[in-house]
Ligand binder design. Structure first.
Ligand code: HEC
Length: 129
């Protein structure tokens, strides 16, 4: 006969298993998979870290360009600003923070530039709207 203790242990084990891997397989059926903002932020951070952004931008200090935290504080974290900043990253820009222009990044896809913008906009701790 199975003791109550074993049953409780089993149930706990199953609960732990499902809570770790369960939610992932559910979302994987839809294509393209919907990424959470947290996932997009972390992909965006990797993209920024591996691009030339850090030549001119630091997360918290102004270098040649404004710190990315300052940029986050200036703009609300919404779809409109994600798209607007993504185009700025691709096309370059000037006149918002001073006369120094940001170089264009024509090799970036709109999707990657949006992930970078999502990462930048997350830096002041604001929730995405
Ligand atoms: C050659 C230096 C340089 C590089 C490289 C650079 N930036 Fe910039 N960036 C700037 C400057 C200067 C500004 C301010 C432009 C302005 O005043 O409109 C700026 C502005 C921005 C803004 C705010 C735009 C706005 O309209 O407020 C974002 C977001 C941004 N950069 C992201 C990035 C990302 C992401 C990368 C890497 C893919 C990058 N930048 C690479 C110099 C640079």
């Amino acid at each position: 006969m199975i003791s109550l203790k074993t049953v409780t242990g089993l149930t706990l084990g199953i609960l732990l298993l499902t809570s770790c891997g369960g939610s992932k397989s559910e979302t994987e059926t839809s294509s393209p998979p919907e990424l959470s903002t947290a996932q997009l932020v972390s992909i965006g951070k990797t993209l920024v870290d591996n691009s030339d952004c850090k030549t001119c931008h630091h997360a918290t200090n102004k270098i040649i360009g404004p710190s990315h935290t300052e940029v986050a504080q200036k703009y609300a974290f919404n779809d409109e600003n994600i798209k607007m900043l993504a185009s700025k990253i691709i096309q370059g820009g000037t006149g918002v923070w001073g006369e120094v222009p940001m170089t264009p990044h024509p090799d970036l896809s709109q999707e990657d530039a949006e992930k970078m913008a999502i990462y930048v906009l997350s830096l002041d701790g604001e929730e995405r709207k």
